[in-house]
Design a protein around this ligand. Structure first.
Ligand SMILES: [Ca+2]
Ligand SMILES: [Ca+2]
Ligand SMILES: [Ca+2]
Length: 209
């Protein structure tokens, strides 16, 4: 008769011998959990329907927010641990964050110029998603109320993310020509082959890719 190691015990054993990294707790407002609409710490299965501005979270909210042409830019803009429904309107660079129970006023703001790509992320690490755009023309990142920094070269794709795990989003680009990832103030690493597309490209970027 064979005996099986319980799965949990097996994972613990693998961690103990260094074959698996220990679990890392992730803050509710990081980009890793940007679709946690109910704030329970797990990402929700959710879709955005561009044709109607419909948002549908499995087992959760169903709402209409946005109109044809808008792009989804969900994020935790008020830092309450729940992802907020939000859209960016490329035609006039308006941002609309839907009011919710813990965010009654919502948020409406204009940020960007024609052609900018929205790259919302928590760049200053305060737990709130920051309104931000990447300007392909001069490869400059503009964070509302924060930094403006040039990072990238023509043709680069904005791929913000917390690459060093310190809790704030890092300015970073992927260069299709040499498949190299350049993180501002951090590492540069080659990963990919010609024609590859970075997985983490934000939804809004994909539309404009
Ligand atoms: Ca929120
Ligand atoms: Ca922030
Ligand atoms: Ca970081």
């Amino acid at each position: 008769m064979r005996t099986r190691l319980p799965v949990v015990a097996g994972v613990v054993a693998l961690v103990a011998v260094g074959l698996l990294p220990p679990a890392v707790s992730v803050g509710a407002s990081t980009t890793a959990t940007r679709t946690d609409f109910d704030g329970n710490g797990t990402s929700d299965v959710a879709i955005f329907r561009p044709s109607t501005g419909g948002w549908f979270v499995q087992g959760g909210l169903s709402t209409t927010w946005g109109t044809t042409g808008d792009v989804a830019v969900p994020g935790d803009y008020n830092g309450d641990g729940r992802t907020d429904v939000a859209v960016y309107r490329p035609s006039d660079q308006s941002w609309f964050v839907q009011p919710s129970g813990s965010f009654p006023a919502g948020l409406t703001t204009q940020w960007g110029v024609t052609g900018d790509i929205p790259v919302p992320a928590d760049f200053n690490g305060d737990g709130r998603t920051d309104i931000a755009v990447f300007r392909s023309a001069d490869q400059t990142w503009y964070v509302q109320g924060g930094i403006a920094t040039q990072w990238g070269k023509p043709g680069d794709v904005a791929v913000p993310g917390d690459y060093d795990g310190d809790g704030d989003a890092d300015v970073a680009v992927f260069r299709p020509s040499d498949q190299t990832w350049y993180v501002q103030g951090g590492l540069s690493t080659q990963w990919g082959a010609a024609g590859d597309v970075p997985v983490i490209v934000p939804y809004a970027t994909r539309l404009m890719y």
